[in-house]
Design a protein around this ligand. Structure first.
Ligand code: 3H9
Length: 708
């Protein structure tokens, strides 16, 4: 046997162990090894049943995702796992698959080819391929509906969400839950079924339903996907493949699945989603803060400021089981904060996300206070007061006085200079930025802002803590707006320019929502309140490029009291339920103000609007990358996908630019530079890469090679 697959014997039971750390991915060698093990078992008369199990922390997390890029770039041939699975299913003796950790993608497909499946209660099983822009490619769409029925199979293959072992057992996907030692339990189960006829999943049809029942189910499923997974191709392909399972014999269904799988695999969507998968796993890797950097224990948190951000952050930590002291200066503000928390939890209970008991336990973890006295024992403090340097400095001076010596002192600032904040403390090495995104209890992104003196153990602690509290933590440098907002501000500025030049707000927003963004820039402004960026623009006016064009629309709307949703009007008009509609007054105001400012009104195409918005992000992203405020182009992509509603299937702004081709992007940026002036000056890195015929991915690869 190969090192990756071990074949051993427990008397009459053969045990195949897959040992391909870290997640037993089904590399070609693993697939060949399983095949060889089955051949041996078939030849060994003494074997009466077999157990197939994974070594290490998990069963099998699916195909080796690294292989997909090699296949689409022509560096590897696309093999098929199907013959191996048929060999398992046609094995002379019953095969019992024993699952712990995860059986995902090809891992679940392998399990379903086995005759029985047993699992520990903590295990999870799923077909998450759609998250990578593909569909199950080893008969998952054919065997799963045969085991769990069409509705559940469609749900699992279109959402990609794994289900818990307990649920899997209740719907017939697992035959038994094993308490205690999994291998021992699986061997005992194998002894029970040895010598008896073993059921083959592919021969079953009892759960496939009738054509009439299914027609309505598939139509409804397609409708749901179009609404909830807007723009994604793979979930629709998964439905097509499952439909094939209900209409064709198994072998033909597999052929149809393979055709659809290939179509998805070679798509831009799949390449982008695979990029996002690996970029997310790259993000915690910080060259000068190695994995084994010691961390400070964080078992309690204190928060200053019970506003929207402070109360949201309190929920995030309470949800992770970490006790929180929540402080505000005023009782009324504290009461409001707690009320917000209660309301948010009530919504989560209504939506079935949390049980009332869970919420009650979390509420007990949040301790309101008006005093800093309660801060002395906190392992970490997050300041979430109003965005203003003076106030933040006051708070940090106070924290320096009350916090214990090794406490981490973090600021939730979204724009301000962490070094300046740290300068008022006697321990700048313990000061760092933890920039949460609103609503903090919902958004996955956390920017960890590294100050000049932030120590490595503080950085490592915050990055690890991010994972513990369910966030994607991305380390960023300390520049204005850090990464996300530094790119976002020019983007929303450009949206205003488009309106000032003649585009309707809904056309501006549609140019990026049609591209796949969750919301357009103007609707986002209305949602958060136009006064937020108004204040930022005012405070940082001194940073504006001298002589460069300045937007005026939004400032004037704010000055008219049109602050967005909260005042019933902003870029759009809102009814009581905050449903938006076009406001003809905006077109009239834009026309009047633009004429006064001497800006000619013209018709603007959707392509121009989209390119100006997206390429503004890319151009600023290129500057950030070159200046070293983001470690990798992929980090910027992860920030935009997780914090700004950028469609993951486009891979993030930097990946998207690479797919367009940087030469094309650069030419367009130059065109906008000529037409609109200094704010479109091409980033030097963009120019350099475009002229060299390279992409951001090449830049990253070369930078990584240079450091190794
Ligand atoms: C598929 O199966 C298609 C089939 O239908 C058809 C043909 C058979 N491949 O996430 P983590 C690496 S498509 C290669 O940090 P966790 C990962 O990059 C596949 N590598 O750990 C990381 O490497 P590094 C369908 C993989 O405990 C390390 O493992 N399956 C794979 O937080 C640890 O990962 C999926 O989509 C892989 N399949 O989460 C499942 N999986 O240390 C994808 C992981 O160098 N995987 N790695 O950065 C996951 O969802 C999570 O990794 C998992 C563990 C839940 C398993």
């Amino acid at each position: 046997m190969s090192e990756l697959i071990q074949l051993t014997r427990e008397n009459e039971i053969a045990v195949i162990t897959i040992d391909n750390p870290p997640v037993n991915a089904l590399s070609p060698a693993v697939q060949a090894g399983i095949n060889a093990a089955i051949t041996k078992i078939n030849q060994d008369e003494e074997v009466k049943a077999a157990v197939l199990i994974g070594a290490g922390r998990t069963f099998v997390a699916g195909a080796d995702i690294n292989e997909f890029g090699k296949i689409t770039s022509g560096k590897a041939k696309r093999g098929s796992f199907l013959p191996v699975l048929l060999a398992v299913e046609d094995c002379r003796v019953p095969v019992v698959v024993a699952i712990h950790g995860n059986a995902l993608g090809g891992g679940l497909e392998l399990s379903m080819a086995g005759h029985y499946r047993v699992a520990v209660p903590t295990a999870q099983v799923g077909q998450p391929e759609v998250n990578l822009g593909i569909i199950p490619g080893a008969a998952g769409t054919q065997r799963l509906p045969r085991l769990v029925g069409v509705v559940k199979a469609v749900e699992m293959c279109t959402t990609g969400k794994p289900i818990k072992a307990t649920e899997a057992a209740s719907i017939g996907l697992l035959d038994k839950l094993v308490e205690g030692d999994l291998l021992a339990g699986a061997i005992a189960f194998a002894r029970e079924v040895a010598g008896k006829p073993a059921p083959k999943t592919r021969l079953r049809t009892d759960k496939l339903g009738t054509a009439e029942q299914n027609a309505a189910l598939f139509a409804a499923a397609r409708e749901t996907v179009r609404k909830k997974q807007r723009g994604l191709q793979a979930p629709l392909a998964a439905i097509d493949a499952i439909e094939a399972a209900t209409k064709m014999p198994f072998e033909k269904g597999c052929e149809e699945e393979a055709r659809l799988f290939d179509q998805c695999l070679y798509s831009d969507q799949s390449k982008a989603l695979i990029h996002v998968f690996f970029a997310e796993r790259e993000v915690p890797k910080i060259p000068d803060v190695p994995k084994d950097t010691p961390v400070r224990p964080v078992n309690s948190l204190a928060i200053v400021g019970a506003g929207t951000m402070g109360s949201g952050i309190a929920m995030v930590f309470a949800n992770a089981g970490i006790p929180v002291t929540l402080k505000d200066a005023e009782q009324a503000a504290l009461d409001r904060g707690l009320e917000t928390i209660r309301k948010n939890y009530a919504i989560s209970v209504q939506r079935g996300r949390f049980t009332p008991q869970f919420v009650e336990e979390r509420m007990k973890l949040i301790k309101p206070t008006l005093s800093y006295d309660d801060f002395a024992s906190a392992d970490m403090v997050i300041e979430a007061v109003f965005e203003g340097m003076g106030l933040k400095k006051e708070v940090f001076a106070e924290l320096d006085r009350v916090c214990k010596p090794d406490a981490i002192m973090a600021s939730n600032t979204s724009t301000l200079n962490i070094d300046e904040i740290a300068s008022v403390t006697s321990r700048p090495e313990s000061v760092i930025g933890t920039h949460f995104f609103s609503p903090a209890n919902v958004m996955r992104l956390l920017e960890v802002v590294r100050g000049r003196k932030s120590s490595k153990d503080v950085i490592a602690t915050c990055m690890q803590l991010g994972k513990r509290i369910g966030k994607v933590a991305v380390l960023v440098g300390n520049c204005w707006g850090f990464v996300g907002n530094r790119m976002f501000l020019p983007y929303i500025r450009e949206a205003q320019f488009l309106v000032e030049e003649g585009a309707a707000p809904e056309a501006v927003d549609a140019s990026v929502t049609n591209f796949g963004l969750a919301m357009g820039p103007l609707a986002v402004g209305d949602l958060g309140g136009l006064d937020v960026s108004y204040r930022i623009r005012k405070e940082f006016r001194h940073l504006d490029k001298p002589g460069a064009r300045r937007p005026f629309m939004e400032d004037r709307l704010v000055e008219m009291g049109r602050l967005g949703q909260k005042t019933g009007a902003g870029w759009y008009r809102y009814d009581e339920q905050r449903r938006s509609s076009t406001d003809p007054e905006i077109a009239a105001l834009a026309g009047k103000w633009s004429t006064e400012a001497g800006i000619p009104r013209r018709s603007i195409s959707e392509d121009e609007a989209r390119d100006r918005l997206i390429y503004m992000l890319v151009n600023e992203g290129a500057r950030i990358l070159e200046e070293g405020y983001a470690l990798r182009a992929g980090d910027i992509d992860i920030i935009y996908v997780n914090g700004y509603g950028f469609p993951a299937y486009r891979g993030g702004p930097m990946w998207y630019a690479d797919t367009v081709g940087l030469k094309k992007v650069y030419d367009r940026v130059c065109e906008f530079h000529r037409a609109h002036g200094a704010l479109w000056e091409p980033a030097p890195l963009l120019k350099k890469l475009a002229e060299a015929g390279k992409g951001f991915a090449d830049f990253q690869r070369e930078a990584a090679q240079a450091t190794t």
